[in-house]
Design a protein around this ligand. Structure first.
Ligand code: BES
Ligand code: MN
Ligand code: ZN
Length: 500
């Protein structure tokens, strides 16, 4: 899809379709009022006759509008103006996209970016519009033998900005939206692939390809014997039961001075999580192909960062393994030595994410990072605690937690903080090793984070548990690409803070 921005009034647009908002109850948006005046009150008479209430989800396509230069007018219900928030705005844009897909128009000019969204400026609305349209049009049909394309697909969208002065900001917002969407799409595509295709080796190959596409990225992948030599006993214990060899993927993005300490992003890359010997029940086990969504979001954020050429140093570290039961697999009760030297009694082989992450987090120390953020589909308990709307956020550094919460709000990809208190550490005590890898059912998302905290004492660190947010379950099953928007926003905010 092609996007551009334009300032000017709706009645002057020669376009295949004009998109205008209508509020509930039967109230024209400002842009719709302008158009209405030019077409002799055609729109207000439609509202008066009761054909368009303005409710969220409603749409009405008009043709042969009197005096109009455009071929069609698409009215989109926006709900009550004072209720128009981030989420409703995205919904309105998605509704408009679906409605446009059902018209013959291949091009449109949208004035939805002129709607009043509480506390949001034009650039925000433009970026979110791009992201929401891309989201509405995403399909994963690579693996279907026959695919159906829309008859006359929408190819070009022109977004309104309120004045000429806003054009440059608007264009920048389009670029950001497209870069973030590129990251989201990469993350979704990798995540939606089944585990017989998306193996640790495949993930490494994809990271290598990303580095080939963006030469500022340097690629490296450590093999099993290299991981053995380093002493990553915790990571290797997880991959032992699998026929697929593990990889530690490292992507270095260097686009700032050397003394600029890097931000390290660590993504859980379990390409399939059967639970290992602590085998999971069969129901919905297919969804454990999504257990590499943390890894996918790291690749997505790096892609967006490279596309926007952000003046930062960022390192992506992805421990990639498959968790399988077999004669070689780790047993409950086995004790391993992590890269940090701390020993771990593996009481449950299904708590594997923390085992690969702890070694990757220790490995991140060698980059002398300013900040370390790990992203992981870590616990079912996080879904129980928070549901599927926010990411779970934990941090040993309150300013970092705040920055991430703010980035999530700005990007409409929100996180919610959970406590990382010392009290919870007790549950990880082991009679035989420095710690156990599980802490019982209560507060499971928190005790998992506490486990990771034992490996990040030297750095400012945050952990995002994306178990509830990385994919949708049920009829619309599919990856969401989250938290690529939050992560990219955080990087954009770092740039703004450091260079202004
Ligand atoms: N990948 C899972 C977490 C998960 C489960 C995410 C379901 C999304 C949906 C993780 O490796 C896991 O199995 N965690 C266990 C931990 C437990 C054994 C302490 C869990 O959450 O049950
Ligand atoms: Mn597991
Ligand atoms: Zn897992």
């Amino acid at each position: 899809m092609e996007y551009s921005v334009k300032s000017g009034t709706p009645e002057k647009q020669r376009t295949a379709c004009l998109v205008l908002g209508v509020y509930e109850p039967r109230r024209l948006s400002t842009a719709a009022e302008h158009f209405d005046a030019a077409c002799d009150g055609h729109l207000s008479s439609i509202l008066r006759r009761g054909d368009m209430e303005g409710k969220l989800g409603q749409s009405l396509l008009l043709v042969h509008t009197p005096n109009a230069l455009c071929d069609r007018v698409l009215l989109i219900g926006c709900g009550r103006e004072r209720d128009l928030d981030d989420r409703r705005f995205r919904r309105i844009v998605a509704d408009a996209t679906h409605a446009l897909d059902n018209t013959g128009a291949t091009e449109a000019v949208s004035y939805l970016t002129d709607l009043n969204v509480k506390g949001r400026d034009s650039a925000w609305k433009i970026r979110q519009t791009v992201e929401a349209i891309q989201e509405a049009q995403y399909r994963f049909d690579e693996l279907k033998s026959k695919t159906q394309q829309p008859r006359r697909p929408l190819r070009k969208i022109i977004l309104s900005v309120p004045s000429r002065r806003e054009l440059a900001n608007g264009e920048r917002a389009v670029q950001e939206g497209l870069a973030i969407d590129g990251g989201i799409k990469l993350a979704k595509d990798l995540a939606n692939l089944p585990a017989n295709i998306c193996t640790p080796t495949y993930l490494a190959d994809q990271a290598r390809q990303l580095a080939a596409e963006f030469p500022v990225l340097q690629f490296q992948a450590l093999t099993e014997s290299e991981l053995q030599n380093l002493g990553m006993g915790a990571l290797l214990a997880v991959s032992k039961g699998s026929a697929q060899p593990p990889r530690l993927i490292v992507l270095e993005y260097k686009n700032a001075a050397k003394q600029h300490k890097p931000i390290v992003l660590v993504g859980k890359g379990v390409t399939f999580d059967t639970g290992g010997i602590s085998l999971k029940p069969a129901d919905k086990m297919d969804e454990m192909k999504y257990d590499m969504c943390g890894a996918a979001s790291v690749l997505g954020a790096l892609r967006a960062c490279a596309e926007l050429q952000l003046p930062l140093n960022v390192v992506g570290i992805i421990p990639a393994v498959e968790n399988m039961p077999s004669a070689q697999a780790t047993r409950p009760g086995d004790i391993v030595t992590s890269l940090s030297g701390q020993t771990v009694e593996i009481l449950n082989t299904d708590a594997e994410g923390r085992l690969i992450l702890c070694d990757a987090l220790t490995y991140s120390e060698r980059y002398d990072p300013a900040i370390v953020i790990d992203i992981a589909t870590l616990t079912g308990a996080c879904i129980i605690a928070l549901g599927r709307h926010p990411h779970g956020l934990f941090s040993n550094h309150p300013p970092l937690a705040n920055d991430l919460l703010n980035a999530g709000r700005a990007a409409a990809d929100r996180a919610w903080e959970l406590p990382l208190w010392e009290e919870y550490q007790e549950s990880l005590e082991s009679n035989f090793a420095d710690m156990a890898n599980v802490g019982g059912r209560e507060g499971g998302a928190i005790t998992a984070a506490c486990f990771l905290a034992r490996f990040t004492r030297k750095v400012h660190w945050a952990h995002l548990d994306i178990a509830g947010t990385a994919w949708r379950t049920g009829k619309n099953k599919g990856a969401t690409g989250r938290p690529v928007p939050l992560l990219t926003q955080y990087l954009l905010d770092r740039v703004a803070a450091e260079y202004h």
